[in-house]
Design a protein around this ligand. Sequence first.
Ligand SMILES: N[C@@H](CCC(=O)N[C@@H](CS)C(=O)NCC(=O)O)C(=O)O
Length: 219
Amino acid sequence: MIKIYGLKVSNFSSMVRFALMEKNIEFEWIETFPFSMSGDKTILEKSTNGAVPILEYNGQFISETLAILSFLEKKFPDIKLISDDPLEHAKTIEIIKILENYIETPARNFYPFVYFGGEKQEDNIDQIKETINRGLNILEKKASLSPFMVSKFTYADIYASMSLFPAKAVCEKVYNWHIFDDFKKLGESIANINSRETAKIIYSDIEKGMEQIQKSLNK
Ligand SMILES: N[C@@H](CCC(=O)N[C@@H](CS)C(=O)NCC(=O)O)C(=O)O
């Protein structure tokens, strides 16, 4: 049986859980903090840089969300979440890379401030906004958005949902910028993805987890 070490509030862990639920794969979930939060050195042996999520299968550990999704696709091909067609496949990965490199990663600079009561970092603040804006522009151009990121529901939609919700929160709090006012088609596509039953479960768990974190921060 597949085991997943992840945090329910973590957007990357949620991508893997979202995919497992969409593909109807049974799995065991082990709620696990990354090394940076727990200091547990065993995580460093299982994961690149001690981050979650991590998949365990037959005593082997795989980290990096895209690597995990790639394993799931080969191992459980019945419900496909990425096309075998070379062009569609490449387009899906291209969308994922835009989301990861030019939207989620720059927005991540502000997660401590937006979610965990940390200080707002002022370094490169305008440059980070410019990178996210450029990322959103190219995403809206490259994605089909009719209604999904590529032609059918794929890993690109899972990445989009789970990357854009924290990026949206960051842009509102840091820049007073409502990204879906400027990128309406993107907003409509995300609303459609988030109306799936699987997405509703994931978001409800994120909300519950965040409420607990907020309570512990306010103590
Ligand atoms: N590149 C990694 C990123 C995963 C990631 O950033 N996970 C976060 C939780 S959402 C984490 O563990 N952060 C703590 C850390 O990196 O120390 C992936 O694709 O899985």
